[in-house]
Write a protein that binds this ligand. Structure first.
Ligand code: IPM
Ligand code: MN
Length: 367
């Protein structure tokens, strides 16, 4: 199969972790006789430095002309003084909008080998397998009007949703839940916000189309607590944009580190793939970054853009084996005296584990 991937390494640790993800995709392509092409383009702070803006037209054109966009991370403290629409993050928000994907899938899986890496007890995290479906194109992130009036000392943002926006993301949640354990937990603040009342009413309506799936509603504050107390109770968690942003970082605690979490955004013209973590400027260039979030994101590229489910599972199993063998980057190591694995070495280990696995199964394109 052919796949044109636009690669946007971005800022901080973005380039380091993306390199490892791309190398895994190349390995899968080489092994299976697939033709994957990779075109690197600019986004974020590095794009501001080189072109004056966070999302150059060449990146927009390249992204829209490709089959998948793989992003590293954006965010650079040098631009903290800029207003939101000029900052590195604006490039990311704009490309999300242009690619059109509205359903951001963020799996949060507790690996048995990492039970000791989470501050939560092993009996709490054991077997956790949650899929967050975060609405990505609406809510406070994009609502207008918005402004900070420095003269009057007033600032405001607008939380806005339409019934259609809620319906389409809810359908994605119910569809995937039907293929999983059949439960959707919808998160809102319907005791306070009108947008949340619309959210709850619409999700309840959509639920009627999926009799095989159970729906429960949770207020976001209470959800934040249940997620730490009883994470195993959740299957698919459906949220609006900001609530999903917050809760998915919290879910990083279950897996041991934010550095473990991948994401895929579907439903638009071109799927967008990005690890959940940020640019982590404090450790950029030190070889400490965990590339597993980016590598698991590559697995999602294989699953949702290449239709290579078997290979996606092979990448995920390779990650699991490397963790079982005890390899740890700093973020997932609780042992202060342990020998840490560098970003590059971690990528190589996954690559080796994957090659062994693919080698055993023989070429998936065997003649
Ligand atoms: C994320 C990030 C982004 C978001 C930022 C960088 C704009 O935190 O993907 O979770 O808030 O969506
Ligand atoms: Mn976030």
């Amino acid at each position: 199969m052919q796949l044109r991937v636009t690669v946007l390494p971005g800022d901080g640790i973005g380039p380091e972790v993306t390199r490892e993800a791309v190398s895994i995709l190349r390995a899968v392509a080489d092994h299976g006789g697939h033709e994957f092409t990779f075109t690197e383009l600019l986004i974020g702070g590095v794009a501001i430095s080189e072109t004056g803006g966070p999302l150059p037209q060449t990146t927009i054109d390249g992204g829209l002309a490709s089959d998948a966009v793989l992003l590293g991370a954006v965010g650079d403290n040098r631009f903290n003084h800029l207003s939101p629409e000029k900052r590195p993050e604006a490039g990311l928000l704009q490309i999300r909008q242009l690619l059109g994907g509205f359903a951001n899938l963020r799996p949060s899986v507790a690996y048995a080998a990492l039970a000791a890496s989470s501050p939560l007890r092993a009996d709490v995290t054991e077997g956790v397998d949650i899929l967050f479906v975060r609405e990505l194109l609406g809510g406070l992130y994009f609502g207008i009007p918005r402004a900070w009036n420095k003269e009057t000392g007033e600032a405001f943002n607008t939380m806005r949703y339409t019934r259609e926006e809620v319906q389409r993301v809810a359908r994605v949640a119910f569809e995937v839940a039907g293929k999983r354990r059949g439960k959707v937990t919808s998160v809102d603040k319907a005791n306070v916000l009108e947008t949340s009342q619309l959210w709850r009413a619409t999700v309840t309506e959509v639920a009627a189309e999926y009799p095989g799936v159970t729906l429960e509603h949770q207020f976001v504050d209470s959800m934040a607590m249940h997620l730490m107390n009883t994470p195993r109770n959740f299957d698919v968690v459906l949220t609006e944009n900001l609530f999903g942003d917050i809760l998915s970082d919290e879910a990083g605690v279950i897996t041991g580190s934010l550095g473990m979490l991948p994401s895929a955004t579907i439903g638009g013209a071109v799927n967008l793939y990005e690890p959940v973590h940020g640019s982590a400027p404090d450790i950029a260039g030190s070889g400490k970054a965990n590339p597993l979030g980016a590598i698991l994101t590559a697995a999602m590229v294989l699953r949702y853009s290449a239709g290579l489910e078997q290979e996606a599972v092979a990448v995920e199993s390779a990650v699991r084996r490397v963790l079982q063998d005890g390899h740890r980057t700093a973020d997932i190591s609780r042992d202060q005296t342990a020998v840490l694995t560098s970003t590059e070495a971690m990528g190589r280990l996954v690559h080796e584990a994957l090659s062994q696995d693919l080698g055993r199964k023989g070429s998936m394109h065997a003649v």
